[in-house]
Design a protein around this ligand. Structure first.
Ligand SMILES: N[C@@H](CCC(=O)N[C@@H](CS)C(=O)NCC(=O)O)C(=O)O
Length: 156
């Protein structure tokens, strides 16, 4: 949640969209109306709307031990489905939209960090390489120093 100019905005994708539109001066997003913009909006929704779901289920269901074992195959197949999709989208490109870094990378970046923390990335080298690329960006490093990602524990 952010509050800006007396307005409160919630939902991470909407917050990113708000900040980019209001303060981005045209940076970090493709031209509205372009095909790339449609892809950009899709990634903003996909991150928390779809990709995070199997990661969270995996985290919670593991805590059930044997009681959750019957659910694990379905969770594993959804992890492979989503992370295979993201990995394929990143193969042969630096950023989700191609050669230009965008706020879609920022929004999806948290998914990649979480997947890394849960030890899921060895099977997805394109996601791993992309994670390393955005971790190397000075602005990302500054954000990590300020906010960090400690909610999920140490990184793997
Ligand atoms: N609608 C929210 C969803 C945020 C959310 O629940 N994120 C999950 C995955 S990143 C989370 O932090 N879960 C931790 C937990 O439930 O313990 C948004 O996108 O702003």
């Amino acid at each position: 949640v952010i509050t800006d100019g007396g307005r409160t905005i919630h939902e991470s994708g909407a917050i990113i969209d708000y900040l980019v539109r209001r303060y981005g001066s045209g940076r970090l997003q493709p031209a509205p109306g372009s095909d790339a913009y449609d892809d950009y909006v899709q990634w903003l929704h996909y991150a928390e709307g779809s990709a995070m779901t199997p990661l969270l289920l995996d985290m919670y269901v593991r805590r059930l031990g044997e009681a959750g074992a019957a659910l694990q195959p379905r969770i594993e197949s959804e992890l492979a489905n989503h992370f295979g999709f993201v990995n394929a989208a990143l193969e042969g490109r630096d950023w989700l939209l191609g050669s230009e870094f965008s706020a879609a990378d920022i929004q999806m970046g948290f998914v990649a960090e979480a997947a890394g923390m849960f030890g899921k990335l060895p099977a997805y080298p394109a996601i791993r390489a992309w994670l390393d690329r955005f971790r190397a960006r000075p602005a990302y490093r500054a954000a990590m120093e300020k906010g960090g990602l400690s909610i999920f524990g140490p990184q793997k």
